[in-house]
Ligand binder design. Structure first.
Ligand code: MN
Length: 228
């Protein structure tokens, strides 16, 4: 027996320093997880529990490929983020066990059609067209936690055309990675291959065709993406 339509390939990321691949399932994203970014978006960072949205795994844009400016938007923003790569499935994971479920880490961009996201927000409609569009998740290679450990602090920054536009420290995450995994696993059964984009610091802004985005997280990795 065969498939009656074309079977879509499993999206993958390279694993740093190896010839191996990390197969990607879903892409979970945390909203407003740095206080400075929550404030710049007009929200109170102190009182909000973490909330989540999804991009399909097929939205992944592995490193080395260009980001095509998407249709239907005139205000596409970068959001540079630490990404946790889930290696073990589970539900109701305890905060103190959460790191055991992580295979490794990457750095990624939660590309956003800000105009469509804000319009949806205003009309109390879903964010999908603003967040989950094709190739909206550029991502670096995955670095195994067995090699780099579990990053808890250190600089995170993004440069647009050589100018530093986002700059913060992982220690200023409102909800840290174990807390995110614990919360997320109450809502979804996590599976190996899920990625979790952990939120962006302040300084989000628009991109134009021709831009070069270069992001770096100390001890994790870096990512360069050209907007075309
Ligand atoms: Mn984001």
């Amino acid at each position: 027996m065969g498939y009656v339509i074309t079977l879509q390939p499993v999206p993958t990321l390279p694993v740093s320093g190896t010839a191996d691949l990390f197969p990607v399932n879903r892409i979970f994203c945390v909203g407003r997880n740095y206080a400075d970014h929550a404030r710049e978006m007009g929200h109170d960072p102190e009182r909000e529990p973490p909330f989540f949205f999804l991009k399909p795994g097929q939205a992944l844009l592995p490193e080395g490929r260009d980001f095509p400016y998407p249709s239907a938007s005139h205000d596409v923003h970068y959001e540079f983020e630490l990404v946790a790569a889930i290696g073990r499935g589970g539900t109701d994971i305890r905060v103190e066990d959460a790191l055991n479920y992580i295979y490794g880490y990457a750095v990624g961009l939660d590309m956003t059609r800000r105009d469509l996201q804000l319009q949806a927000q205003k009309m109390a409609r879903p964010w999908d067209a603003g967040k989950a569009f094709d190739l909206s998740a550029p991502c670096s290679a995955v670095a195994a936690a067995s090699k780099i450990g579990h990053p808890k602090k250190g600089p995170i920054w993004l440069e647009r055309n050589g100018k530093r536009v986002q700059s913060s420290d992982l220690s200023t995450l409102i909800w840290n990675v174990p807390e995110i995994i614990a919360q997320l696993s109450k809502l979804f059964s996590l599976t190996p291959g899920d990625l979790v984009f952990t939120g962006t610091p302040a300084g989000v802004g628009p991109v134009q065709r021709g831009d070069i985005l270069h992001g770096f997280i100390e001890g994790v990795g870096e990512l360069t993406v050209r907007v075309v």
